[in-house]
Design a protein around this ligand. Structure first.
Ligand SMILES: [Zn+2]
Length: 271
């Protein structure tokens, strides 16, 4: 009995059998990282999914059927034009997205990325996510290409503010200085990307990048897939962490088909 119990216990303690292809790619990814000094990490909804956030398409994919209860497609409700014409409607859906994120926090993958700053000369994070988790985790070189849902600003004057959540906000909020509309500093459908963010990304490539790591993004946006293509053309190693297929899966050097939290923990343990 005892020996059977012992063998059962030892089998439970044994590490799970891992996919040999995953292991090989993990090793290669770690080898590339060990040789790198300046790393660009690109993140999307997949990394925040491990914090319990819904993986939405762009900013609005919370809605599976693409139509809102107000009979307009979500892309229209969450557009820059609607924010100008009917801010009440746009705010309603931004508020819903914010509610879905409320109470969620950054996870182990965000933490590992921030911790990597002590091991590398530069760890720049280009994120599509508006949840602010990379900032919360301590990433310093951060390009929030779609903005941050916690940053609000007046459309007329220079008033801006930071809110933890929207629970105390009257929708749509008005500027305490001039009375005009206050909105989140996020990129709505049909709006331009922030020039400063694009400039920062350009500067990163100018200064030199040794490795590009894409995590949890389907890379449907050209400015998200672009740096991976650019790295590929320049002979810079590219790695993707994503359980599913993305627009860049076919061109990256190494694919880790795994959730962000698990893959980043595996990398961190062995780096
Ligand atoms: Zn104002």
């Amino acid at each position: 009995m005892k020996s059977r119990l012992r063998s059962l216990l030892s089998s439970l303690q044994r590490p799970p059998v891992r996919d040999p292809e995953y292991q090989a790619n993990l090793e290669q990814a770690i080898n590339h990282l060990r040789r790198s000094h300046r790393v660009l990490i690109i993140t999307g909804a997949g990394i925040s999914a491990d914090s319990g956030l819904p993986t939405y398409r762009g900013i609005g994919g919370l809605y599976e059927d693409k139509m809102t209860g107000d009979k307009v497609p979500i892309e229209v409700a969450l557009s820059g034009e609607m924010m100008r014409l009917e801010p009440q409607l746009t705010w309603k859906y931004i508020h819903q997205i914010e509610s879905a994120c409320r109470g969620a926090h950054f996870n182990e993958a965000h933490r590992v990325i921030a911790a990597m700053q002590d091991r590398f000369e530069s760890v720049c994070v280009l994120t599509q996510n508006i949840d602010g988790f990379h900032r919360d985790a301590g990433s310093r070189e951060l390009i929030e290409i779609h903005g941050n849902i916690h940053e609000l600003h007046c459309v007329q004057c220079d008033y801006d503010t930071w809110v933890t959540d929207y629970s105390a906000i009257e929708i749509p909020p008005r500027c305490p200085k001039c009375g005009a509309l206050v909105r989140p500093r996020v990129v709505l459908f049909g709006e331009m990307l922030p020039e400063a963010a694009l400039e920062s990304l350009y500067q990163q490539f100018q200064r030199g990048i040794d490795l590009v790591l894409s995590i949890g993004t389907t890379s449907v946006f050209p400015y998200i897939a672009g740096p991976v293509h650019q790295a590929r053309r320049a002979g810079i190693p590219t790695i993707e962490i994503n359980p599913g297929d993305s627009e860049v899966s076919a061109i990256v050097d190494h694919r880790l088909k795994q959730r962000a939290v698990i893959a980043m923990q595996n990398i961190w343990e062995q780096l």
